[in-house]
Design a protein around this ligand. Structure first.
Ligand code: FES
Length: 117
């Protein structure tokens, strides 16, 4: 069996709408992880890339959040529309998507990127 090249941890945490930090999967549908799983399967890399459901990754203000290990690439504001290019560009071609990348200084800061834009 080949080794895994990537593990995607996709935050599927759900909180009430009044929680001050928000959450990554408000409707609890798991649709982002499902989209990753389908895309990995479509590109036939699902044998070496795992799309794992994660609890809160503590980057709630930047979510929906996905982290890719062992590369430690943190993406924020991820939607199902981003899944194809994350798989094709980042997973299959080692390309960082700057528009989704959470800057290191923002990790664990509890600051939203959106409020500053
Ligand atoms: S709820 Fe997704 S990072 Fe906290």
């Amino acid at each position: 069996m080949p080794l895994f090249t990537h593990h995607l941890f996709i935050c599927g945490n759900q909180r009430s709408g009044r929680h001050p930090r928000g959450c990554c999967d408000p409707d609890g549908s798991g649709k982002l992880r499902a989209a990753f799983k389908a895309c990995l399967n479509r590109h036939q890399v699902d044998g070496v890339v795992r799309a794992n459901n994660a609890g809160c990754l503590d980057q709630c203000e930047l979510g929906p959040t996905v982290v890719i290990y062992p590369q430690a690439i943190w993406y924020g504001g991820v939607t199902t529309d981003d899944v194809e290019r994350i798989v094709v560009k980042t997973i299959m071609n080692n390309e960082i998507l700057e528009d989704l990348l959470i800057p290191t200084e923002k990790l664990n800061s509890r600051q939203s990127l959106r409020k500053e834009q």
